[in-house]
Design a protein around this ligand. Structure first.
Ligand SMILES: C[S@@+](CC[C@H](N)C(=O)[O-])C[C@H]1O[C@@H](n2cnc3c(N)ncnc32)[C@H](O)[C@@H]1O
Length: 243
């Protein structure tokens, strides 16, 4: 049975989320260097600074460290999660999907450059279709870009994908009226404006609604802040199917 870290008795996991150290960030970012000397180095610098500043990926590795369940990464972007997992020695089968053709192209090229095992990427619009899967699921900074109905459909579809011991790991802003929530929305809107994101944010879920949904499905739920040194209202929510 694929083991994932056992939740503590009070339902909270030990949180051990931190950004990557500089060496690991640089080593991973190298896979995003251009093939030609005068090619575009922006993805390299973006990946390096993102990995060195955002506790997101370390926070997911902490959950999946001992898991062997296949992982589906919904809205995977450049696939930074799989690079971080492999660097940490986590070898579970990985499949990333995203609707941005250019990001999927870069993700494939970087995975090939880094020679990542058991890794594949596909273009898919999550507001129109959903992949089949059994195992764990990552949904990191994606939910807010989907229309509300598609968010609901996606969360409903993900729950039956979780096999015993497997987890849904979600990072999202929460709609809690805080100043961090306002900054998060503002930056997501800015990312759309500068065309880094291909969609504007629609809405962020509330903690109560997520808790109710996952608890009703019999999952063990854990909320942990994942602010790091950022001003964002980022939370890691882990919903695990008991073994
Ligand atoms: C902020 S990025 C997060 C990327 C990745 N999850 C990570 O944390 O490194 C959000 C991603 O969601 C993707 N996305 C937005 N709407 C989507 C949709 N309808 N279907 C699939 N992917 C989508 C974007 O293309 C983008 O790569």
């Amino acid at each position: 049975m694929p083991p994932t870290p056992s939740p503590r008795r009070d339902g909270h996991r030990v949180t051990e989320a931190h950004a990557l150290n500089r060496n690991d960030a640089v080593a991973i970012a190298r896979a995003f260097l251009p093939q030609h000397r005068f090619g575009n180095r922006a993805p390299y610098y973006y990946v390096r600074s993102k990995l060195a500043s955002d506790p997101l990926y370390g926070g997911v590795v902490a959950i999946l460290r001992d898991s062997r369940a296949p992982l589906l990464d919904l809205g995977c972007g450049l696939g930074l999660l799989v690079h971080t997992l492999r660097r940490a020695g986590v070898e579970l089968p990985y499949r990333g999907v995203d609707n941005d053709e250019a990001k999927i192209g870069r993700a494939r090229a970087a995975a090939a450059a880094a020679d990542l095992s058991d890794t594949r990427f596909e273009r898919m619009d999550l507001s129109a279709s959903l992949p089949e899967h059994q195992g764990s699921v990552a949904l990191l900074d994606v939910l807010q870009f989907l229309p509300y109905a598609a968010q609901e459909r996606l969360l409903d579809a993900v729950v039956p994908m979780l096999t015993p011991g497997a987890s849904l790991i979600l990072r999202t802003g929460l709609d809690d009226g805080s100043w961090r929530a306002r900054v998060t929305r503002g930056v997501d809107e800015f990312s759309r404006w500068v065309r880094w994101m291909n969609a504007a944010p629609t809405g962020y879920p509330s903690r109560e609604a997520l808790n109710r949904r996952f608890a009703a499905a019999g999952l063990i739920v854990d909320f942990a802040p994942l602010f790091g040194r950022t001003p964002f209202n980022n939370w890691r929510i882990v919903a695990t199917r008991p073994v």
